[in-house]
Design a protein around this ligand. Structure first.
Ligand SMILES: Cc1cc2nc3c(=O)[nH]c(=O)nc-3n(C[C@H](O)[C@H](O)[C@H](O)COP(=O)(O)OP(=O)(O)OC[C@H]3O[C@@H](n4cnc5c(N)ncnc54)[C@H](O)[C@@H]3O)c2cc1C
Length: 329
């Protein structure tokens, strides 16, 4: 069976950040990702001339270390500022946070930084970890029978999926079950001609939607492409409804807000994020079982969002490096 010093499950921001830090420290790391490429919830879909960031829309950098890293990505041309003409529909909720000074986007798609990181790493695409076992080391089994052993394991799947991998009896599963992820239905709309609107993005506090954005207004994108996000309440209520019905309802809501009754989209695709954002994220950096050399990481461990995922990936790497992957507790 193939052996790796450290296996990381997941090629999103937290997994690839942890992998890059560990590889930079000279560790032998293998990243396993069930999808065909990097991104996770910071995904970009390409369809003809249209690009859609149908998960994460932009990110902010408040932590000094992350801000420094973001400046480096900007200097490398991987990240740019985004200054959309913003609008608000419906009353602003009382608990909404302060507007960030700078919104940043990866270019030409929100997965671009992760794509660049993955090129420096040993990533295995289409590798879905299905079961794990631990006996002085880890064995990771894929859904197609492949196997890999490792001294240390980092899992960055959303909490419910991480819990399913570890099993109900695992000592870390109780902590995972406390973190609930809210879903999000996302609709991608491509138009042949620009919509004549006086805004590029809007926070929506009425009806089923929470956010709409003209993806083409971000740096490095072309084509008239819009991303429409439903709010957590609607998404939870309609989670198991047929896609055609949800797509029609979200398109109706978008048309109502934008007054584009006469213009049909040339392309339309719906995506269901079953685990979009933690409703009650932890602020622990990561969860660590030193005895089994196991780390659980993800945005949900560090306050949500891309910045949280990056911080959690760093925390995961720090734990393994501080401890040494070859030591038992
Ligand atoms: C609709 C939506 C809008 C958002 N908007 C924003 C925003 O505007 N700004 C912002 O900062 N953040 C936003 N976020 C949150 C942001 O996308 C996440 O915080 C960040 O992408 C999380 O990264 P992660 O690495 O922790 O997790 P993920 O991106 O979920 O990565 C986990 C990876 O693990 C893989 N995986 C899972 N199970 C297995 C398995 N068994 N085997 C192999 N691989 C597996 C998954 O395929 C995935 O690639 C949004 C998210 C969504 C869904």
């Amino acid at each position: 069976m193939e052996h790796a010093e450290i296996v990381i499950i997941g090629a999103g921001w937290s997994g690839l950040t942890a992998a890059s830090c560990l590889a930079a420290a000279g560790r032998e790391v293998v990243v396993l990702e069930k999808s065909r490429g990097p991104g996770g919830r910071s995904a970009t879909r390409r369809e003809g001339d249209w690009r859609f960031d149908h998960g994460a829309q932009y990110f902010t950098a408040r932590d000094p270390g992350f801000a420094e890293q973001a400046r480096q990505w900007q200097a490398d041309g991987l990240v740019a500022g985004w200054h959309p003409r913003l609008k608000q529909f419906g009353p602003r909720p009382a608990i909404s946070g302060q507007s960030p000074d700078v919104r940043l986007v990866a270019r030409p798609g929100m997965n671009a930084v992760l794509h660049a990181l993955s090129l420096q790493l040993d990533c295995r695409w289409g590798w879905r970890a299905e079961s794990l076992s631990w006996q002085s080391g880890w064995t990771i089994r894929a859904d197609d029978g492949r196997k890999l052993s490792a001294d240390a394991l980092v899992i960055t799947a959303p909490p419910e999926q991480s819990a399913a991998l570890l099993g109900a009896e695992d000592s870390m599963t109780a902590a995972l079950s406390e973190v609930k992820m809210a879903p999000c239905w996302a609709l991608m709309l491509g138009y042949d001609k620009p919509l004549s609107l006086a805004f590029d993005a809007a926070f929506v506090n009425q009806g089923p939607l929470s956010w709409i954005a003209r993806n083409g207004s971000k740096s490095g994108r072309s084509g008239e492409s819009w991303v429409v996000h439903a709010g957590p309440e609607y998404s939870s209520r309609q989670l198991e409804q047929p896609a055609e019905q949800v797509a029609a309802e979200l398109l109706d809501a978008f048309v109502g807000l934008t007054g584009t009754e006469q213009i049909r989209p040339a392309f339309s695709r719906l995506h269901r994020w079953r685990y979009a954002l933690a409703s009650d994220p932890l602020e622990v950096g990561c969860l660590h079982d030193a005895g089994r050399r196991l780390v659980l990481a993800g945005d949900w461990c560090a306050g949500n969002r891309i910045e949280g995922a990056w911080l959690s990936g760093r925390a995961a790497a720090d734990r393994l490096l501080a401890r040494g992957v070859d030591q038992t507790s």
